[in-house]
Design a protein around this ligand. Structure first.
Ligand code: FE
Length: 339
């Protein structure tokens, strides 16, 4: 009896020691972000907290499958990715823990977070046009891209890409299903060529005059503005940039973001990391390293390209709502032949 109660005491003590164990010294980060400049962002976290980051990089779907398969045994602490619809998809799998951070609630606007994940940077989907072939007044709005006047001039990457699906999802919520389908058909009718390549390829094709107008994420535009390569300089001299829909619902934005996982073995480190991503320092990395906008308004941007693009009215649709109409957007694009 004595022996077993001593054992119990020892076990309780051990238990207490584990639950109050010295702060986490490592963090397992599953990330589908694909930007080289994130390196410094992570190094700075380790430098300030002493917490080492084990980074597992992969394609979104592979990482999600892995987290689902690992279930309760998953070593993943934090999952981050780009695109609101993908974040929502991850959330639907039930992999996230509640965010539960006063600091994040204080620093990040409600339309840029949900109960389980938060956006840490914002990118805008802008219109780029060839200054010789297209007048800016022809392309003030996403809706303009479907107008007959732009026949043979429009280029985009694949309609199935999450960036375009999220745009379609926002269009559905603002303009309705029927109008969005008409719009998609109009875009297809205006194609200068079948969708191919990424956003940067569209900007280059516009610069070269192969396309008159295209849509692209703002950080790809900013990257070319910041580039000192002669080809990029030439491209950007030929290209104008428009903040779409300034007179209506605002420019469509998307985000990169993440959350803590339900089975995170290092919950304390995970919380610290997510709060770090909302810190002034980390926010500056997003803006100055990858040409994205901070989600924290007070953070000072020191990026000539972003500053040269100026300020704009963002779509205020909560990014957590975009996923509600992404599947519908895909169906519309399929019917319209926007592949
Ligand atoms: Fe991208």
């Amino acid at each position: 009896m004595l022996k077993s109660s001593a054992l119990l005491t020892a076990l309780t003590l051990a238990g207490l020691l584990t639950s109050a164990h010295a702060a986490d010294t490592e963090l397992n980060l599953y990330t589908a972000r694909h930007y080289q400049t994130d390196e410094a962002l992570y190094e700075n976290f380790t430098k300030t907290t002493g917490i080492r980051i084990n980074r597992i990089e992969g394609k979104e779907d592979e990482l999600l499958e892995r987290i689902s398969n690992e279930a309760a045994n998953s070593p993943a602490d934090v999952f981050i990715t780009v695109d609101a619809a993908r974040l929502a998809k991850a959330d639907e799998l039930g992999i996230f823990a509640p965010l539960d951070s006063k600091l994040i609630e204080e620093r990040i606007a409600p339309n840029l977070r949900t109960d389980t994940w938060a956006a840490f940077s914002v990118r805008a989907r802008v219109i780029v046009y060839n200054k010789l072939d297209v007048k800016p007044d022809q392309v003030r709005n996403y809706e303009d891209l479907a107008k007959p006047a732009l026949k043979g001039l429009v280029c985009t990457r694949s309609g199935s890409h999450p960036y375009n699906l999220s745009l379609g999802a926002a269009m559905i919520q603002h303009n309705g299903t029927e109008n969005t389908e008409k719009w998609a058909r109009g875009i297809v009718a205006n194609f200068a060529r079948q969708p191919k390549g990424g956003d940067t390829d569209q900007i280059r094709a516009v610069g070269a005059g192969e396309c008159g107008v295209a849509i692209a994420n703002s950080y790809y535009v900013a990257r070319l503005i910041n580039s000192s390569k002669p080809d990029d300089r030439k491209t950007m001299e030929a290209v104008g940039v428009i903040w779409p829909n300034q007179q209506s619902w605002g420019t469509h934005i998307n985000v990169s973001g993440g959350g803590m996982l339900k089975h995170a073995p290092h919950k304390e480190a995970a919380r610290k990391f997510l709060e770090y991503l909302a810190s002034d320092q980390a926010q500056a990395y997003f803006a100055n390293g990858n040409n994205e906008w901070p989600v924290v308004n007070s953070v000072k941007v020191n990026n000539p390209a972003l500053e040269s693009l100026g300020s704009f009215k963002m779509d205020s649709l909560p990014v957590g709502e975009l996923a509600k109409t992404t599947a519908e957007a895909q169906k519309i694009y399929d019917r319209a032949g926007y592949r």
